[in-house]
Structures are given as structure tokens and as C-alpha cells.
Design a protein around this ligand. Sequence first.
Ligand SMILES: Cc1ncc(COP(=O)(O)O)c(C=O)c1O
Length: 405
Amino acid sequence: MFSINENFLKLPGSYLFSEIAARVSAYRKAYPDKEIIRLGIGDVTQPLAPEIIKELHAAVDEMGNSKTFRGYAPDLGYAFLRGAIADQDYRQRGCDISAEEIFISDGAKCDSGNIQEIFGTDNIIAVCDPVYPVYVDTNVMAGRTGDYDPESGTFSGVIYMPCTKENGFVPEFPDRDPDIIYLCVPNNPTGTTLTIDQIQKWVDYANEIGAVIIYDAAYEAYITEDDVPHTIYQCRGARNCAIELRSFSKNAGFTGLRLGFTVVPKDIKAGETSLHSLWARRHGTKYNGAPYIVQRAGLACYTPEGRTQIREQVAYYMRNAGIIKEGLKGAGYEVFGGVNAPYIWLKTPGKMNSWEFFDYLLHKANIVGTPGSGFGPSGEGYFRLTAFGTFENTCKAMDRIRTLG
Ligand SMILES: Cc1ncc(COP(=O)(O)O)c(C=O)c1O
């Protein structure tokens, strides 16, 4: 008789987005003629840039020709894409990262969930609170945590590092040493970021205690301020302790196309064993490579025209972010983020908790956002709006909020 991986039973279920869907659908049923604006889920709305579409078409045509047809992609990614990434995302920023240290994948969600497989099950993880839920849930599945406590909204055995307005959303070093530290910079959900000096301190700390940093830079393209690094490898010593995750989802609209990559420097070692060799082994065994046509589309993001076009798309969303931020501020809200990230994190007014504010906004302004408490206990009393809507809807949403009074 088979048995199951009981660790899965520790997970409380993905309450957040199913509860949002249920409340929105109940509201729709009751008020079918109301026009709802969705500024909740972090999905893009703009179509793929023309250069990307051009490259996709060309690659599709190649697949229909016996001379240029491609079968399985190399497990770790095509050299043309790994080379472009190493060159433009790293070497041109003065970072010593080679193409061999880049592993192409179908996105940062899978990589951020899978990367824990190469670590011992007794490793202690540290996460920011609030947090992108994938980091914790995948460690729960792997048995690296204790049970969930519904009272505190936390798993035992996990180090939570609160990030609130009181500490400027900057995680503090925990009072016991973790083995794996997850950092998401710029941050989802708070939309805030860390400066290069702040990240350097985490790199020094990780090297001192022998920990690894899993650095999720899915929102790198949204950085506007000079003191925010575009990669953790701009910090001294990061080659010895940091794995970086990147995605094409938010910089180039690949949420439906699927492409990402992970950088594992060869210098991160446990004794004689490099994490690079373990991740290569894992990737080669469990993954058969991102599709050729999608990797060609990824390459389009590194051509001069493609770069310009995807930058314009990011600017479109950041204009929305500015409108939301200023609109909320004008309406008297306390607002964070939205400068180096497409997320705006606001303090719920008065004594309203995150879900109460969700209902308030849905009923009074027909706007859907995401309750901060869904990302962790320190998210209670906060709310997330995203800049990924259309410009028109974003402006309309802010007009509605302004007239709420
Ligand atoms: C912090 C963070 N990492 C990773 C992802 C997933 O990226 P991808 O679409 O590449 O899987 C997201 C998506 O919302 C995210 O917010």
C-alpha cells in the first residue's frame, strides 16, 4: 500500500487567491452591472513586444523546415541565450559570471521552488515576512519545516524576518543562524527594495556563517534608483554565497510564454562539492530544456531593438505605479514601494485589517487588490496594488479612490 508525502498535509491550502476569487464572484453575482477593476494579481496585461513576436515567428518557421528543425534543447539552455545573458546582464555590469554558470529554465517560480532540492533536509531557512509564498511552501513539502500554526500564521522551524514600516522593510539578521536565506529584491509583495550597502551586509553575513542566499531578482527591470544593484553579484563575495533567480515574465511579458534563469556560481561549495555541479545534475535529470522558440524569443530581449521595446513596456507599468502611488498619497493613504517595483504596498486606514480593507475597496470602489496578510503575519494591516493593469483602468481606479473621501 502506498503512502503519501505527509509534509503536504502541513500546508494550509492556498487560501489567498481562492478566497479573493470567491469574494469577487459573490460580489459579481450580487451586482452584475458593476465594472470591477483588477489590480490584484501580478500578471502583465501588455502584448509581447514586436521584436519578440518577430523572433518567435522566425523560430517557428525554422521548426517547420527539415534543415533548421531542432529537437530537444540542451538541458541547461542554448549557448546563444546563456552567452547573451552572461554578457549583458553580468559582464557589462562588471560582474564575473560566465555563460556556464547560467541555467535556462521555464521561469523563476519553478526555480525558486526547485532550488531547495540540492540542500540537506535539516537546513534551516530564513524568509522575509511578508513573503512570496513559494519559498516557504516548497520547503514545507520537502520536510524542512515543522507544523503550521494557524494562530501565528507561521511554520515552526522557519525563521521569519519581519519587514514592516517600522524597520523600513529591511530584514534584520535573525537571532539564530539560518543555512538558506531567501531575499527578493525588489520585493514582492511590498514593492520596496534594498540598497547595495544593505545587500552587501547580507552577503558578508552569509559568508561569515556559511549560509547561502537565494536572491530572487524577478523584478530587476523595474529598478530606477542608482543605489539599488541590478544583481547581487555587484556585491563583494557574492560569488561565494549567492544564487540568483531571474525571470522574463515581468520585464518582457513572458508570463504565458515561460522563460527564466538561475545563476549558480562555481565558487559556492560545501566541502569539495559545488552547488553548481548539483544544480547541473538536478536540471539535467529533471528538465529537458526550455523550448527553442521561447529561448529565441528570450534572445530578442537582448537585441538593441528588443531592449528598447521591453524598456518601454516596463516604463508603461511604472507610469501606472506612479499614478497609483501619487493617487493614494493624495487620498491620504500611507504608501510604500512603487519606485523600483511594480507593486504598491499601502497601510490600511484606521483599524481596518487587510481583509476588511479588501471588502471595503471591492464594495465601495469595485477595485480588487490583495490583502497583505495573505503573504505572512507581518503583512496584516497592509494591502498590495499592482501596476500591471492598463493605463486607463489604473487612472479610473485612482479616480474612484479619490472620490471615496
Ligand atoms: C518574487 C517572484 N519570484 C518569481 C515569480 C515567478 O516568476 P515566473 O513567471 O518566471 O515563474 C514571481 C511571480 O509573480 C514573483 O513575484
